[in-house]
Design a protein around this ligand. Structure first.
Ligand code: SAM
Length: 249
């Protein structure tokens, strides 16, 4: 496991957001879980942090939920959340300290696995994606959040993470991810680009002194202006949310 990453996320665990958020990119993450998770399903959140999505999957959709993260600090936060403490023990998500690169979960034993805002931190995300496909049952669903290479936002985020001792940030080209999905025997059910305009918010002062954020991420617009523009020019999107179905079942 990567010590730098563990320490970084342990250190920010107590202030990490627990609410899902109303802006389209945040809404979309929960929307996809809600769309594909069924009552009683066994589901896994990889890089699940403080249970931001895993707790709702367990309590709102009534899934048997596993929250995997390398940061013990994040999982400790999950176990201190009021909704976790108030829930029946058997309804709570199970926190598991583990790396996405080596999941301690049996082959073909879960119905749905998702990973948000985590894969792009790994130089070896192909292994992490293969692990997700391995644990999902034939016919099961994998939801991926992939950073797309042709977006200037990564210049900002690469600098941000390099400064904190990470090895960088690792967006993937459409070709790379397409090849991997094919090699893993998965079918793409959805491919939703976002973030073509939100890279502008990373320019100095723009987010502070303009109202651009309100325009591109208008509340309750699903998709918002950013999502609609990303669909028109997906090659320059910041991320793709991919929903894959594992063959068989
Ligand atoms: C940016 S947060 C994203 C949290 C949450 N999924 C979300 O969408 O808000 C990334 C999380 O991934 C975890 N993480 C980073 N590298 C990981 C790895 N190799 N295996 C498992 N978890 C990892 C971090 O500890 C952190 O909690």
């Amino acid at each position: 496991m990567n010590k730098v990453e563990q320490q970084h996320f342990d250190a920010c665990a107590s202030v990490y957001e627990t609410e899902i958020g109303e802006e389209y990119p945040q809404w979309l993450k929960w929307h996809l879980i809600e769309k594909y998770a069924k009552h009683g399903d066994r589901v896994v959140d990889i890089g699940g942090a403080n249970g931001r999505h895993a707790l709702d999957a367990a309590l709102k959709v009534a899934c048997e939920t596993i929250c995997v993260d390398i940061s013990e600090g994040m999982l400790k936060q999950l176990k201190q959340r009021p909704d976790y403490l108030l829930a029946e023990v058997e309804s709570r998500p199970s926190p598991v300290v583990a790396s996405a690169l080596e999941l301690p979960i049996q082959d073909e034993s879960v119905d749905l696995a998702w990973s948000y805002a985590t894969l792009l931190l790994m130089p070896d995300q192909q292994t992490a994606i293969s692990e997700m496909v391995r644990i999902v049952k034939p016919g099961g669903i994998v939801i991926l959040d992939i950073g797309n290479v042709w977006n200037l936002g990564w210049l900002y985020w690469r600098r941000f993470y390099l400064k904190r001792g990470f090895s960088g940030i690792f967006p993937m080209s459409r070709r790379q991810i397409g090849k991997l999905v094919h090699a893993l025997g998965c079918q793409t059910l959805e491919d939703i680009p976002t973030g073509i305009l939100s890279q502008l918010l990373l320019l100095p002062y723009i987010d502070k002194v303009t109202r651009l954020r309100d325009r591109i991420h208008k509340k309750s617009a699903y998709p918002d202006l950013d999502g609609r523009c990303s669909k028109l020019l997906p090659i320059f999107a910041n991320r793709y949310y991919l929903v894959l179905r594992k063959k068989g079942g």
